[in-house]
Design a protein around this ligand. Structure first.
Ligand SMILES: Nc1ncnc2c1ncn2[C@@H]1O[C@H](COP(=O)(O)OP(=O)(O)OP(=O)(O)O)[C@@H](O)[C@H]1O
Length: 280
């Protein structure tokens, strides 16, 4: 990316929704990648040098055709790719200014702060309440029932699920609908009080109403200062939910900017073709 493009990406005009301006700390860059690459099977570079910044209180959408490297890039941001045999992450990933792409990084600690929500809802085979409490208990964060009750309620409220489940917290999470399960997974992630949440196609298995609820939830979470990054195939969703968008194509991050600029005035022909449905 050129310096000019980079500056436009980082300091570009108003957001698509205008909501970023009201975010708690919109200017804080929490995550920044510097020349990040990903190589599978030690030889196949699936992601070429990628430079992006992500700020508190903003949502960034990662878009592009199938196989272009969106999920590969997303999984770098909390070093999940490290768990794939023969996969190598190159470059630097700065989290609060500290490079986390080092062998000594404590992944257990890191993932408390950089949470992830997957395509398929994956609640534990436990009650709704225990889904929320499982990780905080494991990390020794909770002291007594009052703290547990408060965390369960706060997390479920943040994920817009409290009203639907408050009278059945001891029921199995697997008895919830798909959309409710996905919101429970968001609540479970929020219970660890992360400052970054990564979403990999979080609505692709859901109906339109559940999708709408999750999009609303994501937007509302911006007001807490959370930095959110979402991979989506759905252009309308990217337009509705994100402040910034980055377009990937065959392993390259081709263009980034405010969502408004990306959708209304794309500079790169490949992005323009993608947005107009010439390929996808
Ligand atoms: N575990 C893996 N081992 C080897 N190659 C992989 C692995 N995961 C992804 N790839 C390859 O890396 C490239 C990018 O894949 P990735 O899943 O990141 O793309 P994507 O843009 O998220 O695609 P989609 O939208 O279809 O999910 C593809 O060529 C894919 O085959």
């Amino acid at each position: 990316m050129t310096d000019t493009a980079h500056q436009q990406a980082v300091y570009g005009g108003a957001s698509a929704t205008g909501q970023a301006a009201s975010a708690a700390a919109a200017s804080d860059v929490l995550l920044r990648t510097q020349d990040v690459t990903v190589t599978y099977d030690l030889t196949k570079e699936a992601l070429h040098k990628t430079n992006l910044e992500f700020r508190a209180g903003e949502v960034t959408a990662l878009i592009g055709p199938s196989g272009c490297g969106k999920s590969t890039f997303l999984r770098c941001l909390n070093l999940m790719n490290r768990e794939i045999p023969r996969c190598k992450i190159g470059g630097q990933i700065f989290y609060h200014g500290r490079d986390i792409n080092t062998p000594k990084e404590n992944l257990f600690e890191l993932r408390k702060s950089i949470g992830m929500v997957f395509q398929q809802p994956t609640p534990f085979r436990k009650s709704i309440r225990e889904n929320i409490l499982f990780a905080p208990k494991k990390h020794g964060r909770l002291h007594g029932k009052d703290e547990e009750d408060e965390l369960v309620e706060t997390s479920l409220r943040q994920a817009a699920l409290w009203d639907e489940v408050k009278d059945k917290l001891k029921q199995s999470a697997h008895a919830l609908s798909g959309g409710q399960q996905q919101r429970l997974c968001i609540a479970r992630t929020l219970a660890m009080k992360p400052d970054v949440v990564l979403y990999d196609e979080p609505c692709s298995a859901l109906d339109p109403i559940s999708t709408y609820t999750i999009e609303e939830t994501i937007r509302q979470l911006c007001d807490t200062g959370l930095c959110q990054i979402i991979v989506t195939h759905n252009m309308q969703q990217a337009g509705r939910v994100s402040d910034r968008t980055a377009f990937f194509y065959v392993g390259d991050m081709v263009e980034t900017g405010t969502t408004q600029q990306i959708f209304s005035a794309p500079r790169d022909q490949r992005l323009s073709d993608y947005l107009t449905g010439r390929f996808g």
